[in-house]
Write a protein that binds this ligand. Structure first.
Ligand SMILES: C[S@@+](CC[C@H](N)C(=O)[O-])C[C@H]1O[C@@H](n2cnc3c(N)ncnc32)[C@H](O)[C@@H]1O
Length: 227
């Protein structure tokens, strides 16, 4: 099992079962062919294909970035390494608890806990006075055998993303947050609706049908409005 694939396999299935499934999976094969670090790339590609959230020149913050396939996709879409001289050059910042190999044009913050003030301070330093257009979170806590605990832990991470959005996201910006569905989903959706014009639940086809994984996407960020 490659390091990259091990890092994407945080799902609580046995490693034999996980390996068998990976070998049958079309997105695993496609990720290998297209040089993406893991199959998750296709989730972001499919979300972007449908909702057009990533544009050249955009500033993107990717929370829970290891091994780096969302950063790879974002870097291509926002022109982060100036690959298209006719388009504005974007910025991608990727943060993860794990180590990550460098990605062209991407600011990586490996071995960093996104929820810590020190990490968030480093992100603001990279942004200088700019704000982000898109805040992504594919963060997943280490899964336990207890679904409700996993749900609570991932919802807590999502709330930390919403709180961070208040200080770093541009008016009109977009938030995409991975979640394992469960009882706290309505509370999270309500919180997102308070700061974004529209909120929808997204399940790209690359997200396995038998997984509780969904993505909440908030568009038209405006922060809290005073009545
Ligand atoms: C599903 S993986 C992300 C895959 C990634 N989007 C990609 O395409 O390569 C989830 C990641 O969330 C990270 N994570 C979980 N909690 C975190 C936290 N508090 N701060 C930063 N990263 C976190 C894990 O270390 C793990 O690498």
């Amino acid at each position: 099992m490659s390091t990259a694939h091990r890092k994407c396999s945080n799902k609580g299935v046995s490693s034999n079962e996980w390996l068998r499934r990976q070998m049958r999976d079309i997105y695993v094969k496609q990720a290998g062919k297209e040089n993406y670090r893991c199959r998750s790339a296709f989730k972001l590609l499919q979300i972007d294909e449908k909702y057009r959230i990533l544009k050249p020149g955009h500033v993107v913050i990717d929370c829970g970035a290891a091994p780096g396939s969302w950063c790879q996709v974002a870097a291509q879409k926002v022109n982060a390494y100036g690959q298209d001289a006719c388009q504005p050059r974007g910025t991608v910042i990727g943060i993860d608890l794990q180590s990550m190999a460098p990605i062209d044009g991407v600011h990586l913050l490996p071995l960093c806990d996104f929820t810590s003030e020190a990490t968030q301070h480093r992100v603001r330093e990279i942004l200088k006075n700019k704000k982000a257009d898109v805040l992504l979170s594919d963060m997943a806590p280490a899964a336990t055998g207890v679904k409700s605990h996993n749900h609570e832990a991932i919802v807590t991470l999502c709330f930390s993303v919403l709180t961070f959005s208040l200080s770093v996201l541009k008016e009109g910006g977009t938030i995409v947050c991975k979640l394992w569905s469960g009882g706290d989903q309505p509370r999270l959706e309500k919180a997102m609706r308070a700061i974004c014009d529209s909120v929808r639940v997204v399940k790209p086809s690359a997200s396995r049908g038998d997984s509780a994984e969904i993505f909440l996407m908030g568009k038209g960020f405006h922060g809290f409005r005073t009545p």
